[in-house]
Design a protein around this ligand. Structure first.
Ligand code: ADP
Length: 269
């Protein structure tokens, strides 16, 4: 039986022993495209960084392809596209060179790239629609194009799951559409993805499931259709019945404190 791609059971993650998210239970099956949705500061990136081993795992269980996180010796099965890209303008590198870095974890440092490496790099560049820019310096590309370079770098490593942090944020509308098309193509070919986003619009047509994070907890997990019902029911409820409650729910997080430190009431709508 194929193991689930990701399983989190009552997981907690944070920094320097301080819990930022807790009670996180979430399963991602092969082929799922899951939006991890929530306001800024709610803890979405911390969940992703926790799975990557970049935030501390402070409780509960995390399994990647059936292997507990602590026993995971090879993390090449997890592809990561960071939110703040780090394609330095001071280092000269072409699109192809950056994408080829995605192959490095798959071979010892002393072995040169082979035909299969080159094929996978070309394929990844084509998937993100940058074949005609492959020989250009990445620093000459727009922010949206650089984001596509990073997606291609992650794809070249042939991960089992792609974790993407706000892939469409901070780019203009035209580039958002191009990025959404790229993600749509990946979804159509069965790529498993967990997409962190603070607004669903750009990826609404791509995702099969929506998981909402609120103040360090998960407060909704369902299909896109169920999410649409959930939000419309919540909107009606807010308009007619829960106005005072919603006012109480407005986060009042003081500077420097995390979502779990807030006295904010969790949304249960
Ligand atoms: P989101 O992705 O939903 O915007 P984050 O997971 O980035 O939220 O941040 C949630 C909280 O985690 C922040 O309010 C901040 O207090 C804390 N946090 C994030 N990154 C770090 C870090 N590197 N070190 C310490 N605390 C952090």
């Amino acid at each position: 039986m194929t193991p689930s791609t990701l399983v989190l059971r009552d997981a907690a993650f944070g920094y320097a022993d301080r819990r930022v998210v807790a009670g996180v239970s979430l399963t991602v099956e092969p082929g799922d495209v899951v939006a991890l949705l929530g306001p800024n500061g709610s803890g979405k990136s911390t969940i992703v960084r926790g799975v990557l081993g970049l935030a501390e795992h402070l409780g509960g269980e995390v399994e990647v392809l059936g292997t507990p996180l602590a026993q995971l010796s090879d993390r090449t099965s997890i592809g990561y596209v960071p939110q703040h890209h780090s394609l330095s303008t001071s280092v000269s590198a072409t699109v192809r060179e950056v994408v080829a870095c995605g192959r490095l974890p798959h071979r010892p440092w002393w072995r040169r790239a082979g035909a299969e490496d080159r094929r996978l790099v070309d394929e990844a560049i084509e998937t993100v629609g940058l074949t005609d820019r492959a020989r250009e310096e990445v620093s000459h590309l727009s922010g949206g194009q650089q984001r596509r370079v990073l997606i291609a770098r992650a794809l070249a490593a042939q991960p089992s799951v792609l974790l993407m942090d706000e892939p469409t944020a901070g780019v203009d509308t035209a580039n958002q559409h191009i990025l959404a098309d790229v993600l749509g193509r990946l979804a159509a070919t069965g790529t498993t993805m967990l997409i962190v986003t603070h607004e669903l619009d750009a990826v609404r047509d791509i995702v099969s499931r929506v998981v909402c994070v609120s103040a360090g907890h998960i407060d909704f997990d369902g299909t896109s259709a169920e999410y649409a019902l959930h939000t419309s029911a919540h909107a009606i409820g807010s308009d007619h019945h829960h106005i005072d409650e919603d006012v109480v729910r407005v986060p009042s997080t003081p500077p420097g404190s995390g979502p779990l430190d807030s006295a904010t009431t969790r949304s249960t709508a």
